[in-house]
Design a protein around this ligand. Sequence first.
Ligand code: NAP
Length: 344
Amino acid sequence: MKEIRIILLGLGNVGQALLRLLEDNDAYRSEGAVVSLHSVFDRGGGIRADGRETAALVAAKRERKTVAGVDGARAVLLDEALEETRGDGILVDTSITDADTGGPGLAPARLALERGTPVVFASKGPLVVAFDELSRLARSSGARIGASGAVGIPLPSLEVGVLGLRGSGVTRFRGVLNDTTNQILRDLESGIALQDSIARARLAGTLEEDPRLDLEGWDAAYKLLILARALWSPTLSLGDAETRGVSAIGKAELDEARSRRKRIRLVATAERSSDGDIRLRTEPEALDAADPLYLLGPGEKALVFETASMGTISLRSSRGGPVATAACVVKDVLNLGAPPKPFF
Ligand SMILES: NC(=O)c1ccc[n+]([C@@H]2O[C@H](COP(=O)([O-])OP(=O)(O)OC[C@H]3O[C@@H](n4cnc5c(N)ncnc54)[C@H](OP(=O)(O)O)[C@@H]3O)[C@@H](O)[C@H]2O)c1
């Protein structure tokens, strides 16, 4: 059995769901690995897990304490945590997304990768701000990066786009990568006020700490950018991309689309022309019924790849939210820490 120890950054919706999965779900044990928690960090610093029950940590967060305030907590610095887990540690970043600075996960990710410790991101910030730099660090130290939680969970977009369609000449991919926004559009269509819809999303744990990331299209645009960098070019930027969210869409516009048998949804599209020019855009589109994105229901996401030699390949998922995100983190942790056996 391979032992994998997690250094967890962030103990919000996703971090807590991850701890519960590790505690409750035995599925990963049949994957030839034992995954345990080494340490956990939040705004107040880090503590050693010390075999502490998940419930005690979750209870502290419910009381709005930092983990350092948990009874008997033993403080640890990131540096120490990385040193102690050298060889079997993985840094998991479930801290807040900040795409201006890279957020609290960027500096720890640099440190981990420099030392050869793999990093799994649920947060998008570090890969928006420093994708190329982090990939180079990973390549030079031999550590690897997982980002399934940062590109529209739980669609296996990176695995399919980078591995599954290898050599097929992906020319375009487009998708609904942010189900929160589409839930908001559905709510507005049925007459629910924007503020009430935002409150529902917050309660479900699917809204970004800064709701503008969802409402103004940035969350979907960042996911698109990370995917396009992984598939096509690590130095792509959102510089020339068009990004518009749903905050300017009102019921009248939605009703007007409906009267034409269309539905407005936030769609993210990446296109590469035959001369290699790449164009990214994220904006509300009025979709007709023949569009594979038209039928998506609550919590659903989809991504459609168009290729030169394999035709069109579609992915569609039924569940979003913190638990599915945590499950994507577990998948990445297993794939990096205990690589899968060959298919045959
Ligand atoms: N929620 C979802 O469904 C979902 C889906 C896909 C991806 N994501 C991504 O996953 C990440 C986590 O989402 P979430 O819903 O769990 O967010 P959240 O509930 O807001 O939790 C964020 C966590 O980050 C911690 N944090 C803030 N500043 C920190 C710092 N300087 N050092 C260490 N930790 C710090 C917070 O600490 P405190 O507890 O001390 O405040 C909190 O525990 C986000 O980047 C989000 O974009 C979320």
